[in-house]
Design a protein around this ligand. Structure first.
Ligand code: ATP
Length: 605
């Protein structure tokens, strides 16, 4: 199976069943049994009614009492099954829903790479999963309902066969409906996937239009009406597409019920004729009339339930697809722990990019083409270059979030693909410009950077100091216990720069990292503060150089960058210059030119 193909029905069912059973075996079984039982009650009632009518017409009191008793017992069982099934269903849904969301976090976060979070066609699949992962837990209820509705429909059709064998043909008239329902559901699933991008765009526009981050720009640029127009455009195309598919399906489903209607009309005529000619009893006619009355409801239920089931399976198959991708990802990255090389305790030679070529999957565009460069052990290296030069992409490759198309990232001579990637990540650390805002307590928002120090106040305080953010702690009403984020009770709002300080502290809490990437983590700070902070950090990093740990700083500020031991200048994925500040200035090339421009602008030579 190719990694973008959705898994088939059998595997999806097995997967969803596994999830359901693991989350609550008893409830899964109960749902599977009770729902069809509820459905069976309807057919039994029709049967007992036939016996009641026959007994009443035949004048046998005992048979009347028996038929009435059976009717009563069946009714009670039906109510019990309904009430119990409803309760079980609710409990099951609540529990399985949470389990599925946890599983989604586990699967998505557990993947080595981040391709599934960045690639548009994968996002179209992941996005509905994020919103409706819980739908998967309906699969077994939908299956039970479908089986139940199907069983009742078949019974509705088979019971008349006891009156006349020709009526055994009745089920055949129902086949078109079921087939059409299946096809319709599949078509709707495809349409949903096709319109996924438009829905994501709509949601993005809603977030832009109502979120805090875009609030200022929206007002200054008067963007509200424009966003509404864009949203309408996105909605119109998507809605037209899905509505068209829905109407075509509805028309086909209506047409597909016609054979059934003809079939039952014929059956009623046949039984009516039998009663007139004395070949059938009045009870038979009562049975047939009752079954005919419930027939369209049953058939409609089969169609609806099938569609529901296919819808659930569609989400389930995306879940399984993600799961498969996660497994494939682990295999491809060679992270099989049994064969992985251990990560060295300290770096001896350092990290080297060797003939590395890379393009983001699915884009057909090369970002790096045969790039080679060394990051010596114990060095503080800066990466500079214009926007889009490939700096962050390089960081992602070094952290094993993407795999090179050719060439390699070598860690002390060992291909990163062959290293124990989990262990490598444990020895990496980082702070990024597009950092996460963990709305936890200040302590947790820092210490999640090193899970072994979750409750370590001293480590959190030290990390804040290393990030030049000790003052932040003094302004927090409850110190490290302060809840961050105003949407939580007692939570405090942090400025953009303060969030960056927390992210930087998180990135600096790990002890003895072999690679620390600082990808513009201080862009919200002023140039002098960033400069002082990085100089202090670089000095500390050099003192720790016994471990051979490498610090990679990405920054647009040359005043900061010049403190690095080694500076790499990237231009459109190519390394155009490298060396220390003094030698690069002497070369009077790109670096010297960019440095000069900034120095002039800031008046800081
Ligand atoms: N997830 C992605 N999928 C496809 N292309 C991407 C992706 N991320 C980045 N790119 C492309 O790769 C190129 C390099 O991007 P990258 O983010 O590495 O640049 P950068 O040097 O870090 O830029 P900046 O200084 O603006 O942060 C850009 O042309 C960008 O459009």
């Amino acid at each position: 199976m190719r990694d973008h193909e959705l898994p088939g029905l059998g595997r999806t069912l097995a997967f969803t069943f596994g999830v359901a059973v693991r989350s609550h075996p008893g409830l899964t079984l109960g749902t599977l049994l009770l729902v069809p039982a509820g459905w069976a009650v309807g057919s039994l009632q029709a049967l007992w009614l036939k016996h009641l009518v026959d007994a009443a017409v035949g004048g046998t009191a005992g048979a009347v009492v028996l038929a009435v008793s059976l009717l009563a017992v069946t009714n009670v069982l039906g109510w019990v099954a309904g009430a119990l099934g409803g309760r079980m269903r609710q409990t099951y849904q609540e529990k399985a829903g949470v389990v599925l969301e946890q599983r989604l976090i586990e699967t998505s976060a557990g993947m080595n790479g981040i391709e599934h979070l960045e690639r548009a066609d994968y996002l179209d699949r992941l996005d509905p999963l994020r919103r409706e992962a819980w739908i998967v837990h309906w699969t077994f209820e939908a299956l039970a309902e479908t089986v139940g509705a199907l069983a009742q429909t078949v019974l509705t059709m088979v019971l008349p066969a006891s009156i006349h064998p020709a009526l055994l043909l009745l089920p055949a008239f129902g086949v078109p409906s079921v087939l059409v329902a299946r096809r319709a559901a599949e078509r709707e699933r495809v349409a949903q996937e096709r319109t996924g991008e438009a829905r994501r765009r709509q949601r993005h526009l809603v977030n832009l239009g109502s979120g805090a981050a875009s609030g200022k720009e929206l007002r200054i640029f008067g963007l509200g009406p424009r966003l509404v127009t864009l949203s309408r455009e996105a909605w119109t195309g998507e809605h037209a597409d899905r509505t068209h598919v829905a109407w075509v399906s509805a028309a086909q489903k209506m047409l597909a019920t016609l054979p059934m209607a003809f079939g039952f009309t014929g059956a009623l005529l046949l039984i009516g004729y039998g009663v007139v000619t004395g070949h059938a009893g009045v009870g038979d006619l009562a049975l047939a009339v009752m079954l005919a009355a419930t027939m369209s409801g049953n058939l409609g239920a089969v169609v609806d339930m099938t569609q529901w089931l296919v819808g659930c399976l569609a989400v389930g198959s995306r879940f399984l697809w993600l799961h498969d991708k996660a497994a494939l990802d682990v295999r491809r990255h060679g992270a099989d722990q049994t064969h992985a090389y251990p990560v060295p305790d300290r770096l001896r030679s350092g990290i080297a990019l060797q003939g590395l070529s890379f393009g983001y999957p699915g884009t057909g565009r090369r970002i790096f083409d045969n790039v080679s460069v060394d990051l010596p052990a114990g060095s503080v290296t800066a990466l500079v270059g214009e926007n889009g030069a490939g700096k962050t992409t390089l960081v992602k490759l070094l952290c094993g979030m993407y795999v090179p198309d050719s060439g390699a990232v070598l860690v002390d001579g060992v291909d990163l693909r062959r290293l124990d990637l989990d262990e490598w990540r444990r020895r990496c650390s980082g702070a990024f410009q597009d950092h996460a805002q963990f709305e936890l307590t200040l302590r947790e928002a820092i210490t999640v950077g090193d899970l072994s120090r979750l409750d370590d106040d001293e480590a959190a305080t030290r990390a804040l100091a290393a990030a030049g953010a000790s003052r932040l702690l003094t302004t927090m009403p409850h110190g490290l216990d302060t809840q961050l984020g105003t949407t939580w009770p007692g939570g405090v709002a942090l400025s953009g720069g303060q969030w960056q300080q927390v992210a930087l502290a998180r990135g600096l809490i790990r002890q003895r990292p072999l690679l620390t990437v600082l990808d513009e983590p201080t862009s919200a700070l002023d140039a002098h503060t960033e400069d002082a902070l990085f100089n202090r950090y670089a000095a500390a990093a050099r003192q720790r150089a016994v471990d051979g740990g490498i610090t990679l700083l990405v920054s647009h500020r040359f005043s900061t960058v010049r403190a690095a031991d080694h500076i790499i200048v990237l231009d459109q994925g190519r390394i155009v210059e490298q060396g220390d500040h003094a030698s690069l200035i002497r070369e009077a090339g790109r670096y010297a030119e960019m440095y000069q421009i900034q120095a002039d602008a800031y008046g800081a030579r």
